[in-house]
Write a protein that binds this ligand. Structure first.
Ligand SMILES: [Cu+2]
Length: 462
């Protein structure tokens, strides 16, 4: 999926030999920019050049290839308009880097000298700020404060030494509200120089974002402050977010960075985990405690770890229930208990022939319905599992823990096959009516229940 045209190999070799050439002269040979066109999770990029680390898997994303130039690792980011598939059935016209939003993940090692070329192909100026990283002030990327803005068509070079390992982000600090609302962000992972430190078997990473895109349209509203309608992980929503596939027994890390406008309490089923890192660095073991939900504040990263010792399809989602929904009108009234059936005909005459009487018993029916929708939009709640509709959207995916997966096998293994006798089941007849507080002293049956017979009136409904 990567259109990886070859780097300018000859000039790299020549420059590597010319050790006396100054940084600025070396920088004149810009590495070619590698781009991605698809939103599928790419296999991790194994370490090269004698370095050892467990490479990250960027959910629905990819890692940016680099080249050595002397003792510098060189990367090339291109800020540009992109088309991102948010989920099958919807594409958004965003701004990003190297063909996608978010941009490619940059991966390097503590102590590395990195040189990052940033070419601006946007219609307005931009910069890149290296969030959480310890850089010289003039490399901090704050347009107007630490550097001039990068004008359209121009290329700037950032050079710094990676002073600590951890999970970081990059994003513009230039017309920031607009450029982040348009999807400009990326991950920057720095692995420890000692490969035995903080080692895990599978290491996943994604960025948390939000867009406000009217159904039937393609561009985010960039002035929206709170009322977003697409809650995204790496600019994807359920059912477009790939599963996190892990082998039973693996030590798993999931790194999450939040560049949206609100906090996200991210919840994992089936396990407790510890927060092992923030964008400030690694959390000392003595300061970790077990959790099942971690709130990821705005402008922050959290890395969680657990040992995947229980196979299954474990839900993994934001716990704000509106954030596991796709585009919806917030003016929808609560019709629970209202019998709309008799009103459908007059309402269809009044509103639209497509009007459907919905919501009298809740909104679950929306998870399975087929209603005419505008082009380029997604159902509010959608997706099917082995037992029926999932009624989810937005920030939801599944951690799939399986026995016997080979290291590096991230292929979707399909739905979990539950061992016999381990799935919640229906019984017949229904349980007896519970005693009420008003029955104090007579807990066996109220006089009313006695009139209905031993099974209670619930049975009549079957
Ligand atoms: Cu959320």
């Amino acid at each position: 999926m990567l259109s990886r045209r070859r780097f300018i190999g000859s000039s790299a070799a020549v420059l590597a030999g010319a050790a006396m050439v100054s940084g600025r002269a070396q920088a004149a040979a810009i590495p070619e920019a590698v781009t991605a066109t698809a939103a599928t999770t790419q296999p991790p990029l194994p370490p090269a050049g004698g370095q050892d680390y467990q490479p990250v898997v960027t959910l629905n994303g990819w890692t940016l290839p680099w080249r050595m130039n002397g003792d510098w690792k060189e990367f090339h980011l291109v800020a540009e308009p992109v088309v991102r598939e948010i989920a099958p059935g919807m594409k958004a016209h965003l701004w990003g880097y190297n063909g996608q939003s978010p941009g490619p993940t940059i991966e390097a090692v503590e102590g590395d000298k990195v040189r990052i070329f940033v070419t601006n192909k946007l219609p307005e100026h931009t910069t890149i700020h290296w969030h959480g990283m310890l850089v010289p002030n003039g490399m901090d990327g704050v347009g107007g404060l630490t550097q001039p803005h990068i004008k359209p068509g121009k290329t700037f070079v950032y050079e710094f030494v990676l002073r600590k390992s951890g999970t970081f982000m990059y994003h513009p600090h230039s017309d920031e509200m607009v450029q982040m609302a348009m999807g400009m962000m990326g991950l920057f992972i720095v692995h420890p120089r000692d490969p035995s430190l903080h080692r895990v078997d599978r290491d996943f990473a994604f960025l948390i974002g939000a867009f406000d895109i009217d159904p039937g349209s393609y561009m985010p509203r960039v002035n929206t402050m709170t009322d977003f309608n697409l809650w995204t992980w790496n600019s994807r929503v359920f059912p477009g977010i790939d599963p996190l596939v892990v082998a039973k027994g693996d030590r798993v890390r999931i790194r999450m960075g939040n560049l949206s406008m609100t906090a996200h309490p991210i919840h994992l089923h089936g396990y407790d985990f510890v927060v092992t890192g923030t964008d400030g660095g690694w959390v000392p073991p003595s300061a970790r405690w077990p959790e099942v939900t971690v709130d990821v504040p705005v402008g922050a990263m959290r890395a969680i770890e657990f040992v995947a010792d229980v196979p299954g399809d474990w839900a993994f989602h934001c716990h704000k229930s509106h954030h596991t929904m796709n585009a919806m009108g917030h003016a929808v009234k609560n019709f629970i208990g209202v019998q709309k059936r008799d009103l459908v005909r007059p309402l269809r005459a009044l509103i639209s022939p497509d009007y459907m009487a919905m919501g009298s018993a809740g909104m679950a029916e929306m998870g399975a319905m087929e209603m005419p929708m505008p082009d380029n939009t997604l159902p509010m709640m959608t997706g099917y599992g082995p037992f029926g509709p999932l009624e989810m959207g937005g920030m939801f995916t599944v951690v799939k823990v399986r026995e016997g997966l080979a290291p590096g096998d991230y292929k979707d293994p399909g739905w979990y096959q539950h061992p016999a006798g381990t799935v919640a089941y229906e019984i017949e007849p229904p349980a007896a009516e519970a005693p009420r507080a008003s029955d104090r002293g007579a807990p066996t049956a109220s006089p009313k229940a006695a009139q209905r017979g031993p099974r209670g009136h619930n049975h009549q409904r079957h």
